[in-house]
Design a protein around this ligand. Structure first.
Ligand code: HSE
Length: 436
């Protein structure tokens, strides 16, 4: 059989890594796919730039459309990233009847509904394993491995850069900006690193995970998103003293009222495996009604790990080239006409526990005032600790952990606590999940 011809758009970290893995493992890949897979063309912005891959045998161009319009090419690997001009490229490739493999989470999260509709119309596949959690085959695991389950919730460390920063801050007391620079040099960070540190990248990925877990349309705009830039070393230290680690999690949970979709820093008990996922590693916990909790762990970013997912998708596409489009695994795990619009809950209706830190005057009755307010909002305290005042200061730090409560009640209680004359400044609030 003739080799399958593949065109690559983008030769950066992921594109370069993919060329390397496809070349290095060509024989093994052909044994798996049943056919040889050859990259014949690739596009890059700058032909003279040095690259991490060897492009011998590949015709290079600066115009992606030369590849998209090449009738010989059956599969396009979109490894440019971003959701602007790339959307048109992908739609054009689909229009031309080509299968597309992409690592582009923002593209899928923002335009996936339209892209999958076009792919179905044309009878072609859009594969996107590399869009979530780098090298971890989490899309395949949820979409195929857990397809007999009702997924109840999932929670994941799905941004490698953010996890790398939090880990280095905790273990080596390094400064935020320094660690971010290193993550950029290692090729982990997004072109705009605010996507990593403000949680947007994780929200893109959670959009995709929630859709394939619950059979809902992709709806990035409904995700509640908080980043890690406000996390202080003091909170990391206090959390540790209480037996918790702070991780930046993406959480999707189905409740009787709807679905919670949230990305935020989270205290988790340090005894949980996921609390010990460090550096650029990602991990996703998925709870199915039949299987119970399952955990998936691996490198969440970087050239070769991401290429591992891209290449697995290419092999899947090659295997499916001769299959009937009606009988393929649906893009979003559920048949396109079976997606349902379960309401996504506003943040006020989230139910979770909290870590609170506040600064209060060191005098009798202050703590009683604070606990009275919490009690009036039906918020139970799980643990409380007061730090000794510094000799030079008249305020003390009070740290509290609460039991599960409605976010609306917590918002109201915090507003009342902040209004007390004995309390200084803002109350720090970090959500807490036991993930049991
Ligand atoms: N910037 C992303 C991360 C790359 O750090 O996780 C992988 O999606």
């Amino acid at each position: 059989m003739k080799p399958v011809k593949v065109g690559v758009l983008g030769l950066g970290t992921v594109g370069g890594g993919t060329v390397n893995v496809l070349k290095r493992n060509a024989a093994e890949i052909a044994r798996r796919a049943g056919r040889e897979i050859t990259i014949t063309r690739a596009s890059t912005k700058d032909l003279s730039k040095s690259r991490i891959c060897d492009t011998q045998g590949i015709t290079l161009t600066t115009d992606p459309y030369e590849i998209i319009n090449d009738p010989e090419i059956e599969i396009i690997l979109e490894l440019i990233g971003g959701a602007g001009a790339v959307k048109d490229m992908v739609l054009k490739a689909l229009e031309n009847g080509k299968h597309v493999v992409t690592a582009n989470k923002s593209l899928i999260a923002l335009h996936g509904n339209e892209i999958f509709a076009k792919a179905s119309e044309k009878g072609v596949i859009v594969a996107f394993e590399a869009a979530v959690a780098g090298g971890i085959p989490i899309i395949k695991a949820i979409r195929e491995g857990l397809s007999g389950n009702q997924i109840e919730w999932l929670a994941g460390i799905i941004n490698g850069t953010g996890n790398f920063i939090l880990t280095e801050m905790r273990d080596k007391q390094r400064n935020f900006a320094n660690v971010l620079k290193e993550a950029q040099a290692l090729g982990y960070a997004e072109a705009d690193p605010a996507f990593d540190v403000e949680g947007i990248d994780a929200a893109h990925k959670l959009t995709i995970l929630a859709s394939i877990a619950f059979g809902i349309p992709l709806q990035f705009d409904k995700i509640y998103t908080e980043g890690i830039s406000e996390i202080t070393r003091a909170d990391v230290k206090y959390a540790e003293q209480l037996g918790y680690r702070i991780k930046h999690l993406g959480i999707a949970r189905k409740t009787s009222q709807g679905i919670e979709l949230r990305v935020h820093p989270t205290l988790i008990p340090e005894r949980r495996l996921i609390a010990n996922v460090n550096g650029v590693m990602n991990a996703v916990l998925v709870k199915g009604d039949a299987v119970g909790p399952t955990l998936y762990y691996g490198a969440g970013a970087g050239a070769d790990p991401t290429a591992s997912s891209v290449v697995a998708d290419v092999i899947d596409v090659v295997r499916a080239l001769t299959s009937d489009p009606e009988n393929r695994v649906p893009h979003l795990a559920f048949q396109a006409n079976a997606l349902v619009d379960i309401p996504v809950l506003p943040a006020e209706l989230f139910r979770t526990s909290y870590y609170l830190r506040l600064k209060a005057e060191d005098k009798p009755g202050v703590l009683a005032e604070v606990t009275r307010i919490l009690a009036e909002h039906q918020i139970s305290i799980e643990a409380i600790s007061q730090k000794e005042p510094l000799k030079t200061k008249k305020t003390v730090s009070i740290i509290m952990l609460t039991q599960i409560t409605l976010e609306k009640e917590m918002n109201a209680a915090i507003a009342e606590i902040e209004a007390l004359t004995t309390v200084t400044g803002k109350v720090t609030r970090i959500r807490l999940e036991t993930l049991g």
